[in-house]
Design a protein around this ligand. Structure first.
Ligand SMILES: [Zn+2]
Length: 450
């Protein structure tokens, strides 16, 4: 005979307003979530869930909204160390005179390690539980992510020219294959294949990258159609738009993700929908570099899968996904002259379910549902800018910021509790970041006219 007592679980989060982001947008007032071995095992009214489960640890979520962690679908984590180095410049000057020389000089595994830990601290503090990264020395990014306890999708930037980590494109592909094997069983880290862009990776590299991604069932992510200049140059060089050019190389399928996707024709959008392409939408970076506005409503209507990302901290300049959510809502209202465009639920969806789908985690992340990974955040609602509360989605889209996230849980592990970081020593982290910046600033910083 089996005793009928409550089942033991690792963690209960009880008493909050659950914003499940499930298919029915279910909200549960005074809800609870039971977590065991990194998975959500129950979601429901607090009295029911707490009667059925007994937890080793209970977090009282009274006065908080509890929702799935935010998923950053595109960033370059170590670029936190270039934040504010050079701003308010034309893209070409910014890249050629500041960012690329600084990268050529500064990027090594140590810099990547500290820059990623700094990024992880910022992301955990603002409720991001996964980031999809493209940079160099991605193995060091994987190790830093594990140290911080944050989920990561790694992608070594694959380019035609020598990178800080690879002398040749073949080196970059071999390094990526090593990553795919090394991290195959890791609970937090997954590896993707990321040719930088169709203008910086040759047709051969783009095709071989896709072959590698296919062999491992990995996501394939590239910067595509970010600026109008890129599109013009693609027409001049290949006689095709960037999207049609990639299609001619047979690299477009539902595991292909475009970062940005700003300058797209109707034919491009139709082709993308047909191929099942996804976009990591990065509205703040597109605004800051004056790249343009991705046609979000049109893309969504056509059935192109959309997620949300910050891009790197040199072009944003923070990794706070709440800023991205808010900007997405505002930007598409303005450019479409339509206040109903990109409504509150849509932009919350982009940062949760949308990004999960884009990155291949649709069945595992993005909502509070039984069987999904326990990646969730608590938002402190007892604050002047969040009172009164009529509509939680309105607050999430228009009033919440990263500093309102009280507690962050990733894979069932509490990594920040009541704004106290539990996995990282931020004092050491800030000191190391300042040391590195003291070397970079005088060499590569922009001087303001006095
Ligand atoms: Zn980028």
């Amino acid at each position: 005979m089996i005793a009928d007592g409550p089942s033991p679980v690792d963690l209960l989060v009880s008493g909050g307003l659950l914003v499940t982001c499930d298919d029915h947008w279910t909200l549960i007032h005074r809800g609870a979530i039971a977590v065991h071995q990194g998975l959500i095992v129950a979601v429901g009214p607090a009295d029911e869930v707490t009667a059925r489960y007994q937890a080793a640890e209970t977090i009282d979520a009274t006065g908080h909204a509890v929702m799935p962690g935010l998923l950053n679908a595109h960033t370059h984590a170590p670029m936190t160390l270039f934040r504010g180095l050079a701003d308010d410049l034309p893209l070409e000057i910014w890249l050629h005179q500041h960012i690329w020389p600084a990268e050529a000089w500064a990027v090594n595994p140590q810099m990547v390690h500290w820059g990623t830990l700094l990024a992880a601290a910022e992301m955990i503090r603002s409720g991001t539980t996964l980031f999809a990264d493209m940079y160099f020395f991605e193995d060091a990014i994987g190790s830093a992510a594990c140290q911080a306890g944050i989920r990561a999708v790694l992608g070594e930037a694959l380019v035609d020219f020598p990178s800080p980590n690879s002398k040749t494109p073949a080196d970059g592909l071999a390094y990526t294959e090593d990553l795919l094997q090394k991290w195959a069983e890791d609970p937090l880290v997954r590896v993707s294949v990321q040719p930088h862009a169709p203008y910086s990776a040759s047709a051969d590299l783009l095709i071989r990258s896709k072959e590698l991604a296919n062999r491992y069932g990995a996501i394939y992510l590239s910067h595509v159609a970010e600026t109008s200049r890129e599109v013009q140059e693609s027409w001049a060089r290949t006689g095709l738009s960037p999207v049609a050019y990639l299609d001619s190389l047979a690299v477009l399928d539902p595991r292909t993700v475009f970062a940005h996707g700003v300058h797209l024709s109707d034919a491009d959008i139709e082709l993308m929908a047909e191929r099942g392409i996804a976009i990591a939408h990065c509205p703040q970076s597109n605004l800051k570099l004056a790249s343009g506005a991705a046609p979000l409503p049109k893309l969504m209507e056509a059935g192109v899968r959309m997620g949300l990302g910050t891009d790197g901290a040199a072009s944003n300049n923070d990794l706070d996904m709440w800023g991205e959510i808010n900007t997405a809502a505002m930007l598409h209202k303005l450019v479409n002259g339509d206040p109903t465009a990109a409504n509150a639920q849509t932009v919350v969806w982009l940062a949760t379910r949308g990004s999960a789908d884009v990155l291949g985690f649709a069945g595992e992340l993005g909502s509070l549902e039984t069987g999904k990974r326990a990646d969730l955040i608590l938002i402190d609602l007892e604050q002047p800018h969040l009172v009164p509360l009529y509509d939680i989605y309105s607050h999430l889209a228009y009033a919440v910021s990263g500093a309102d996230v009280a507690t962050t849980i990733i894979n069932g592990r509490v990594v920040m509790r009541d704004r106290r970081m539990l996995t990282l020593d931020e004092h050491e982290l800030f000191a190391r970041a300042r040391e590195i910046a003291a070397e970079i600033g005088p060499r590569f910083g922009a001087r303001r006219p006095s």
